[in-house]
Ligand binder design. Structure first.
Ligand SMILES: [Zn+2]
Length: 282
């Protein structure tokens, strides 16, 4: 599940059944019929999600509150068992004998979750899938007010955010089982995610490390900043922010020119090294 910063637009609800290609075999069709006929109401989804959260807190040795504190691979396994039982009614185990494993990633700093398929063969039973959940994204939960949407749903706690991310990955698992491939930008995925879990889109708006730094420092395009460069203090205006900020500094020999004919050089500066300027300091 990827990060998307821009506001999402409401999509028309996708109707089922999907259009199937003629060459998709009967076995897949039968298997799919079971899963695509599941459609929960938003009330049922909410109730089941809460129930799973309660059971996880009850059974886990590391999780005792919705704030999580610590999560382990064993917790993810437990979460899977609960979803398989409560949302999927045993569908995954009934239709698939492949290997499903779980991991907690420290490297994933923007993506909240990822489902990786290791083996592909004509027989999808031979697949090995791994669901990875980002530790930094879970840890950063709640650091920026209002950055709490996952799949278009407002999460009320860190535990609920984890569940929403996990649900998205479980839809990937279902798609891999049925088709050997999965894409959350596809209509098929989106229809499954909407019917099973009420997700309206395929991204999260949880804070990333970069956003937290930016937020704390008040950095945004158009803001005046200064930074130290080779013994001097340079002042300029932020043009864009990614991992580092692009800062336009006035320079008569610079490669960039504005409409008034002023020339600038562009510096790519790590966010932590920038200091914001007020009107008098510009
Ligand atoms: Zn995805």
């Amino acid at each position: 599940m990827d990060l998307k910063r821009s506001q999402f637009t409401k999509r028309k609800p996708i109707r089922l059944p999907f259009k199937m290609n003629r060459d998709q075999n009967q076995e897949i069709l039968t298997m799919l019929q079971d899963i695509i006929t599941i459609k929960y109401s938003s009330a049922e989804i909410k109730k089941q999600r809460e129930h799973i959260g309660m059971l996880l807190m009850d059974r886990s040795s590391s999780i005792s509150s919705t704030d999580l504190g610590k999560i382990s691979v064993a917790d993810l396994k437990m979460l899977y068992e609960l979803y398989e039982q409560i949302f999927f009614k045993g569908w995954i185990k009934q239709h698939w004998k492949g290997k499903l494993q779980f991991a907690i990633s420290r490297q994933m700093t923007k993506t909240a979750g990822k489902t990786v398929c290791f083996k592909k063969s004509a027989d999808n039973c031979d697949l090995a899938l791994e669901v990875r959940i980002s530790l930094p994204i879970i840890a950063n939960y709640g650091t920026i007010e209002g950055h709490d949407l996952v799949g278009g749903i407002k999460s009320g706690s860190r535990l609920e955010a984890l569940q929403l991310i996990f649900e998205h990955e479980l839809v990937h698992v279902v798609e891999f089982i049925c088709f050997g491939s999965s894409n959350c930008k596809g209509k098929r995925f989106q229809a499954l995610a909407e019917n099973l879990f009420g997700h309206h889109n395929n991204y999260h708006q949880l804070p990333t490390n970069n956003e937290i730094v930016r937020h704390r420092l008040g950095l945004a395009p158009g803001v005046w900043v200064e930074f130290d460069y080779q013994g001097a203090v340079l002042k300029g205006i932020i043009s864009h922010i990614r991992k580092r900020a692009g800062v336009m500094v006035e320079d008569k020999n610079g490669a960039y020119q504005d409409r008034q004919g002023k020339r600038y050089s562009k510096y790519l500066v790590p966010l932590q090294l920038l200091r914001t300027l007020n009107n008098l300091q510009k």
